[in-house]
Design a protein. Structure first.
Length: 756
């Protein structure tokens, strides 16, 4: 508990207006003010919730009314002379700030609830205690019990206080269709990221018995084991084992039902806040406080690896104010400097991924520390400057949106339901992936009328709440060939909704093994374009520029498989061009930094040589223009090739290629390098065979809906009409296929008005 004698942020004269009070609440980090008389007598309390309840009850809102119209006159208080224990007993039912009064009921101070210590097992964590260091093994044991033991040994030797694992019951965690499909590589109806994650989990989970044996081994080695349960069954198993506390994954901070089951164990909880907006963090904190849970919060940017610029260590202070608890940092960026810097910003718990080999299969290995690096974590102190951001409200970065979609959970209907019927609570389940409404929105959808027919397993979307306009398909009128991006499983449905001229199949590595006849059952009166996968089995990211002959030859082999599938697909389309275009990210990305310009010409030459080794009869490869910092399944890399317009033009002229101009990627490149976007289009436009049309912001905000970024679309359309008038296009909106393609139709409605 903290006694604060500075009353200015917390008091408001009762004659002031609601608007003035609201402004003060927004500035007050405790989000509560006390209304007082001109003599300092407390008359009421007002917080965010009071304002919201009042607003929703008004037909005509008048913010100039006196604050006494809104404030709550029933409030808790204590005397300044009361002992600390008596005051602390009043921090119940979500109350975390109390006015302290003198004998005349005049406010003289405020008491704020703040947990200075967090205890888990034998560890007492707080400002005056050593930082609690967690080696996050997760699934980096890759399903090997002996490797798990060795990881524990090395974590002990590296000085970790704790090792953490993860437990999932796949059959109850994921949608049944995804679980079945992941067991059968010949069938693929899910998004690329979900396929990748579930494939890894099915291969590399330890059995329950082996997991418990590892926990026993940790105790024998003198290091504390912790585990993240991803589902209810795992909570029960771990609690029965006697786990001393639990780690809550970023993906589950908004899953209030799972959070409730963890609270019921009465064990301390360490909660990551990645993937969550500030309002979502506050909601979950309020749930934890109301239940009297002992918890700490970890600041986290849940991308793998996270860009330094998105980490915003300054937010640790804000997180401490929100939670009134011990805070820490869950690190997913490269290196150790930022994790070290976070301690200076108040972090008392540090979590970092731990591995013996960063080249092993699995996304976490690449953001992990090796044993010698983990040892250096406690002593390194520099390289933090670019990590210090502002203290504004937390937002979700583009990479986190991708991972929230892949790793998060959604509300899913468990039965068929007709339009006009009532959606009941028993019909709703929480399942991964996180493509629909978040779990905490269950209360918003219950008892709503269904606006359309549902099939069992369908997601609920914001349009089902009528919180946003749903754009519907229609027959569009464009001056050039156009289409939509598509997967095999949604071809029949989405392509039938409108007068598309073409479809662009976005293939996953699993799509290369499906029986295409199971999905394409007729001839279609349209053209087809193929988007080649970037990721292949074994974590192989396509790279035709690699100096490693073996790696490059493997990429060529995989691209040959794409060509074979493309030739099969084109037989189902009546209006195919003489050559079917294959959009390809030909490689050239690096993990840690942008390469020297002197190496680029050799890399481009290797790309041309690699492509020349592939039979291109009826095929045209069109390399895609790239952003400087592309996202690979929610993790950021550095891209070196097909970023600079001059290099793109030079490559096209020298090797006789055309390209796919992704305007979002190229706008980000222009933002980063301070290039003219118009000049970029004027140079690359004439060599563009196909266009990906989508908005962008900053230097890595790609794939956003048209009108939500920084591109001046009327101007850009005029440039494209001038410099690339014959190129086909698709609206490549990230997650545009969700809710029956509503994101695509919204983009097309926008583009049609500009006579594209």
């Amino acid at each position: 508990m903290i006694i604060d004698n500075n009353l200015t942020p917390y008091i408001f004269i009762e004659g002031g207006s609601i608007l003035e009070a609201l402004n003060k609440i927004n500035l007050n980090q405790s989000r509560v003010i006390f209304t007082i008389s001109d003599k300092g007598i407390v008359k009421g309390v007002i917080g965010d919730g009071d304002i919201r309840r009042w607003l929703t009850s008004q037909s005509n809102v008048n913010l100039n009314l006196p604050v006494s119209s809104v404030h709550n006159t029933s409030f808790s208080s204590s005397l300044i002379s009361d002992d600390a224990l008596s005051i602390e007993k009043k921090f119940i039912n979500g109350i975390n700030i109390l006015p302290l009064l003198d004998r005349n009921n005049k406010i003289v101070a405020v008491a704020k609830q703040h947990s200075d210590f967090f205890e888990i097992g034998k560890f007492k964590i707080g400002k005056k205690q050593p930082v609690f260091i967690i080696a996050e093994i997760g699934n980096n044991h890759n399903g090997d019990y002996n490797l798990a033991k060795k990881l524990v040994d090395e974590a002990v030797n590296s000085g970790a206080d704790c090792v953490k694992f993860q437990m999932r019951d796949i059959s109850s965690l994921y949608r049944k269709s995804l679980y079945r499909e992941s067991l059968n590589i010949k069938n693929s109806n899910e998004d690329l990221g979900s396929e990748y994650v579930t494939d890894l989990l099915l291969k590399y989970q330890l059995s329950d018995d082996l997991m418990f044996k590892i926990f026993d081994y940790c105790h024998r080695k003198g290091i504390m084991p912790l585990c993240t349960p991803w589902d209810y069954k795992s909570v029960e198993k771990l609690n029965s084992y006697g786990m001393e506390g639990f780690k809550v994954a970023s993906a589950d901070l908004v899953n209030h039902e799972l959070l409730g089951s963890l609270i019921n164990t009465k064990k301390p909880l360490i909660c990551s806040t990645g993937m969550s907006r500030e309002d979502e963090i506050i909601d979950s904190v309020n749930l934890l406080k109301r239940a009297g849970a002992q918890f700490s919060l970890l600041h986290c940017n849940a991308t793998y690896p996270a860009p330094f610029k998105d980490i915003n260590l300054s937010y640790l202070k804000r997180l401490s104010e929100i939670g009134q608890c011990v805070v820490g940092y869950s690190s997913h960026e490269r290196g150790i400097s930022v994790a070290i810097a976070s301690v200076a910003f108040g972090a008392r718990i540090i979590e970092k991924h731990f591995s013996l080999d960063k080249n092993m299969e699995g996304n976490d290995h690449r953001v992990s520390l090796l044993p010698n690096e983990f040892s250096n974590l406690v002593s390194g102190i520099r390289e933090v400057e670019q990590s210090i951001g502002g203290s504004s409200a937390r937002t979700i970065t583009q990479g986190e949106l991708m991972n929230r979609d892949i790793l998060g959970k959604s509300l899913v209907i468990n039965c068929n339901l007709k339009k006009g019927e009532i959606i009941q609570s028993k019909m709703i389940e929480i399942r991964s992936p996180g493509q629909g409404l978040a779990p905490y929105q269950k209360k918003d959808i219950v008892n709503k009328i269904a606006f359309h027919d549902f099939q069992s397993g369908d997601f609920f979307f914001p349009s089902d709440l009528k919180t946003e306009k749903k754009f519907k398909p229609k027959n569009f009128n464009f001056k050039r060939k156009w289409g939509i991006p598509i997967r095999f499983h949604d071809m029949e449905k989405l392509s039938s909704y409108s007068n598309v001229d073409l479809v662009e199949f976005h293939l996953s590595y699993k799509d290369l093994d499906v029986n295409i006849d199971d999905f394409l059952k007729k001839k279609y009166d349209m053209d087809v374009i193929i988007h080649a996968p970037e990721l292949f089995i074994g974590d192989h990211i396509l790279d035709l520029s690699s100096e490693d002959d073996e790696y490059r030859n493997h990429s060529i082999m995989e691209l040959n498989r794409v060509v074979k599938v493309t030739r099969k697909i084109r037989t189902f389309f009546n209006k195919t061009s003489e050559k079917t275009m294959i959009v390809v990210n030909v490689g050239g990305a690096t993990k840690n930094s942008i390469i020297d310009n002197t190496k680029k010409s050799e890399m481009l030459a290797r790309i041309a040589e690699s492509l020349s080794q592939i039979d291109q009869k009826n095929i045209e490869f069109i390399p895609q223009t790239m952003p400087p910092f592309p996202w690979h399944f929610g993790g950021q890399r550095f891209h070196n090739l097909f970023v600079d317009p001059k290099e793109v033009v030079s490559f096209c002229k020298k090797y006789n290629f055309r390209v796919c101009l992704d305007v979002s990627h190229s706008k980000l490149a222009c933002n980063f390098h301070n290039w003219s976007f118009k000049e970029f289009i004027s140079q690359v436009g004439p060599y563009s065979a196909h266009l990906h049309i989508v908005d962008a912001y900053g230097i890595d905000g790609e794939g956003v809906q048209i009108g939500q970024g920084e591109i001046d679309f009327p101007a850009m359309i005029s440039w494209l009409n001038q410099y690339s008038p014959d190129s086909s296009f698709i609206p490549e909106i990230w997650q545009g296929h969700k809710d029956n393609g509503s994101g695509f139709w919204k983009a097309l409605h926008h583009l049609e008005q500009w006579k594209f």
